[in-house]
Design a protein around this ligand. Sequence first.
Ligand code: PXG
Length: 467
Amino acid sequence: MIENHLPTAELQALDAAHHMHPFTDGDGLAKKGARIITRASGVWLTDSEGNEILDGMAGLWCVNVGYGREELAEAAARQMRQLPFYNTFFQTSHIPAIELAKKLAELAPEGMNHVFFNGSGSDSNDTNIRMVRRYWQVQDQPGRDIIISRWNGYHGSTMGAASLGGMKGMHKQGGLPIPGIVHIDQPDWWSEGGDMSPEDFGLMRARQLEEKILELGPERVAAFIGEPVQGAGGVIVAPDTYWPEIQRIVDKYGILLIADEVICGFGRTGNWFGSQTVGIRPDIMTVAKGLTSGYIPMGASIVSDKVAAVINGSDEFAHGYTYSGHPVAAAVALENLRILQDEGLVTRVRDDIGPYLKAKWESLTDHPMVGEAKIVGLMGSIALTPNKAKRAKFAAKEGTVGFITRERCFANNLVMRHVGDRMIISPPLSITRAEVDELITRARKSLDEAYARVKDEGHWAEAQPAA
Ligand code: PXG
């Protein structure tokens, strides 16, 4: 452990000189200097200045069991000593991959008994693109290669995964989406629902899938992909009518359903998988993040018997990564799943800490700047608005008020992120009631300070509806 590290300013200068950060304006960060995290325990981060920060995001939605679990370090060390690497190509296997595949089949919904291992969420979704196209090709339908996805969904950052994603800013930076991927609108009632009831709006947005299938021709559509609850898009929870209608439509046209569980998986929504929470029956589930609680990188595609039978029953599926099923990552994943299970962390989200946080989170709607509060399990969002009744947007550029609020959270040692003008949380599943209280206290204080600042800076004004 580097306790006696360089002064923060020197670390920041070196960081700016040599480290290119993901999703970051490099010059902007260089001027300001990165916050440097040096250690963590439970839900608490420590930075290089000795500040104790409450991590309301579980790292990047991933540290489900919390920081500092010795058992995971031990599992990695043990596995490194015994077999640090071997591949799973060329008709070989190893015990951690075998055990983890069996364990995931046990935890996954019925009929999902097969696992293809990947290195991250992004390359799991690349695997999924290739697997569903292969699935139809083997069945003499090679023209069935289009995957339908949603605007403002997030599926990762590789060429394939960013194409599946519906982040227009990402598409703009380099020829995306790749061919064969089309998008429909998201079920975000707060910002796009207009005068419709949430229920009618949910149905309307789901039926866009059917319209798109009919427009393209069902014989061209391979699969639909969606996150049970959109995470990076701002913790968007679909109206109750949405997912049953999606399930009806994919069933009707025989289209594969891919649930991207990278955030929702492993207890985040109060069940092992978000698919169970929203009541869908996927053919493939993308997992990563909570699979290892972020202690080591790993992703996987959990595959139904139906899809696996086709893929396994044909010639070689020409796809795989050096680190598919990496033994150290698999050993850490197994230990992580043991902790989640033995400590009842998933049921705790559903029955105890989830409902506790929900009540407190929803109470934030009494704040003058907070419109709706949404929460499923331990992933929540609040919409910031200058006029709740009208669900109005701010006149200032989208994200201005969210950014001001996030800065206040930062100053109050709370990690609560913003996506546009929504604030989001996703704390470790191990968070205690006292820590939830502290999170809410800091969030309220930050909201109060942001509200004052927004007024001071002249941003307390509604956008006028487009003429
Ligand atoms: N699918 C979903 C649903 C995700 O949330 C990925 C795939 C890609 O996983 P990898 O492991 O390749 O990053 C993700 C990742 C954010 C943020 O700012 C979210 C993610 C990643 C980075 C930032 O909310 N989610």
